[in-house]
Design a protein around this ligand. Structure first.
Ligand code: AMP
Length: 481
């Protein structure tokens, strides 16, 4: 019998501390099944939806099992999109924070040489998208000879995106002896075929949600002409007056148009689609997570797996043409047992897609009449009041983990042959500092960043003003986060 908390798994104190600061009180259903199986080094196939805590389900045991001492990557997580790679990296980094695990995210549209440098340093976990990972494998800039844990996340989406060959190429570069975990929301036949090829006696798990997302989310639809969609959107946002809302469109062009219109009307709004620079995509995503603006217009790049708390309303400005996308899109609201609302616009020509969605979710989406003019008029003052009030900024997920950590900057790096051992040696010579107080060390060309844990940052900072590192006094300061 497993405890309904995380103490039953015999995890290290470093992991338990991170789990507790992340406010994970008891394991989710997915975690109850996945954590012990991975700790026992079994291959597993997990059928589960996002929002079930599945990332932590594999991240916790993997972070527990990786050996800190080894320099080569030991775990590889494959994800279909760059946004998801960045998010999984963050989640694993948070869970492994006090074990001082280094986690690298490797994806396209980001400078190759920066990733190459990162991979040359000690790295425990690599999270990446297939294309860029293959580039690194082919150019010999990632060493996969020590990968003991492979995770294929959102496997059905990977196959939809045509990644099957890339996945097989990547797997052919990994050691045979490893633990493989595959997660997928659906289990089409080609996933079973893949599993048979790459796994040994896998355990299959289906994580039934107690309250499936589709039940937690109030779903409504409006029959509307294409030319009238914008007006309906405006009316509904006024009446619904959400704190945080995602508006999904089927094309980049429609996202641009809707976004431009909302900005003109002073909505607190940003946009996200695949035509944007990767850096902008990630920063929009992060700012939305922190609540810097209320409305995000997006294509399906934002529908999969992304974990944003407290989205109260999802609007499908265009009905998705793929029924699975519908579930992913509306699943951005109603996260982890919260309630949410999803509204879908349907034109006459699109009724066939609606029927397909109804078949898929096993029920009819409630048909609503558009709000009366009078209702819109009465709601307007509350809407305007909210538009004028800046949204509350949310604490980032890992903020609690960082309160006792200080990052310091040393103005010397690889060019002066600085190595981690030089840093550790000096720091451990300071009275009151042991190796357990030293977090991640990142040595760049002319700079080094070191995390000091356990509230000992000030002590180290003071001391290093007068203590030489590698034979010389260095300029040492607090680094900006
Ligand atoms: P995922 O299904 O991995 O996208 O996770 C959904 C959300 O659940 C994330 O915000 C996680 O941080 C959160 N979460 C994961 N495990 C737990 C847990 N045991 N208790 C509370 N929240 C959790």
């Amino acid at each position: 019998m497993i405890d309904r908390n995380f103490n039953g798994y015999q995890l290290s104190s470093e992991l338990l501390k991170a789990i507790s600061l992340l406010n994970f009180i008891s394991p989710t259903k997915a975690q109850e099944q996945v954590i012990p199986a991975v700790l026992a080094r079994k291959d597993i196939i997990v059928k589960s939806q996002t929002g079930s805590g599945k990332t932590a389900a594999f991240a916790i045991p993997i972070c527990e099992l990786v050996d800190w001492e080894q320099n080569k990557p030991q775990a590889l997580v494959l994800t279909p999109t760059r946004e998801l790679a960045a998010q999984v990296k963050e989640d694993m980094f948070h869970i492994g924070r006090f074990k001082r695990l280094k986690v690298a995210a490797i994806y396209g549209k980001y400078p190759f040489h920066v990733q190459e440098k990162e991979l040359k340093q000690k790295t425990h976990v690599v999270v990446g998208t297939p294309g860029r990972l293959i580039d690194h494998i082919e150019r010999g800039t990632i060493d996969t000879s020590n990968i003991n844990y492979l995770v294929i996340d959102e496997a059905d989406e990977m196959l939809n995106m045509g990644f099957i060959e890339q996945i097989e190429t990547i797997i052919s570069s990994l050691p045979q002896e490893r633990v493989t975990i595959l997660l997928s929301a659906t289990m089409p036949q080609d996933i079973n075929v893949l599993c048979n090829k790459i796994m040994k006696d896998p355990i299959c798990m289906e994580i039934e949600e107690q309250h499936p997302a589709t039940d937690r989310i109030a779903q409504e639809r409006y029959q509307v002409d294409q030319t009238d969609k914008m007006q309906l959107l405006l009316d509904l946002t006024i009446v619904e007056n959400p704190d945080s809302c995602m508006i999904f469109c089927n094309t980049k062009q429609t996202v641009d148009e809707v976004y431009a219109e909302l900005v003109k009307l002073n909505y607190s709004c940003e946009k996200l689609h695949g035509g944007m620079e990767q850096r902008d995509r990630l920063s929009v995503m992060n700012e939305f997570k922190q609540g810097f603006f209320r409305y995000l217009c997006a294509t399906d790049v934002a529908a999969r797996g992304l974990d944003i708390e407290d989205i109260t309303l999802v609007i499908n400005y265009d009905i998705p043409y793929d029924r699975e996308s519908y579930v992913h899109r509306i699943g951005r609201t109603g996260r982890v047992n919260k309630l949410g609302k999803a509204i879908t616009f349907v034109t006459k020509e699109e009724n066939k897609f609606l029927k397909d969605i109804h078949d898929y979710i096993g029920k009819e989406i409630l048909l609503k009449e558009r709000p009366e003019e009078e209702t819109v008029r009465q709601s307007k003052q509350y809407f305007m009041a909210k538009i004028k009030t800046p949204p509350d900024i949310k604490e980032t997920k890992g903020a609690q983990l960082s309160t006792e950590i200080m990052k310091i900057h040393v103005n010397a790096g690889k060019k002066t042959k600085m190595r981690p051992v030089d840093i550790v040696g000096t720091l451990c010579s300071i009275q009151g500092i042991t190796a357990a107080d030293i977090g991640i060390i990142n040595i760049l060309d002319v700079s080094t960043f070191v995390e000091i844990l356990n509230n000992k940052g000030e002590l180290v900072l003071q001391d290093l003003q007068n203590t030489p590192i590698k034979g010389r006094l260095r300029k040492v300061s607090k680094a900006d986060r």
